[in-house]
Design a protein around this ligand. Structure first.
Ligand code: ZN
Length: 132
């Protein structure tokens, strides 16, 4: 894995969170994007090499709705940039980690993504991402 690409934060109200993070970071978000297949509406901030992804649910069955119900708003996942997502998936599986999806799927911000089971990483949902 090359670097932390972004940190994902689950929020209830994207517009309100955009205002909050604009004030925190001193920068405007540079894009918003809905990923309908995941039931999320996202917005991205960039600070130096790092990004913050705010995630709000688009429907009550969204994984983000369920996360907020259980744990409240807060850090939802950590995303690592990889050069070859398929070989990273195979490497992690060989190490005994469980992947939530073996086949990379489309994510926000022009990426393909795969997630590791949070129970296998001390409660952290790990995302692998690669440029499409
Ligand atoms: Zn993400």
């Amino acid at each position: 894995m090359r670097k932390i690409e972004h940190i994902g934060i689950a929020v209830k109200d994207l517009d309100l969170a955009n205002k909050t993070y604009k004030a925190v970071l001193g920068a405007e978000h540079y894009k918003t994007e809905i990923v309908e297949s995941e039931g999320v509406s996202t917005s991205f901030f960039k600070i130096g090499e790092s990004k913050i992804e705010l995630l709000a649910a688009t429907n009550p069955d969204s994984p983000i709705s369920k996360f907020i119900e259980k744990r409240g708003e807060g850090i939802h996942h950590m995303a690592f940039y990889v050069d070859d997502i398929q070989s990273e998936i195979e490497r992690l599986k060989k190490e005994g980690f469980r992947l939530l999806n073996d086949i990379p799927k489309p994510g926000a911000d022009n990426k393909i993504v795969a997630f590791m089971h949070p129970k296998d990483a001390n409660g952290v949902l790990v995302e692998l991402c690669q440029e499409k």
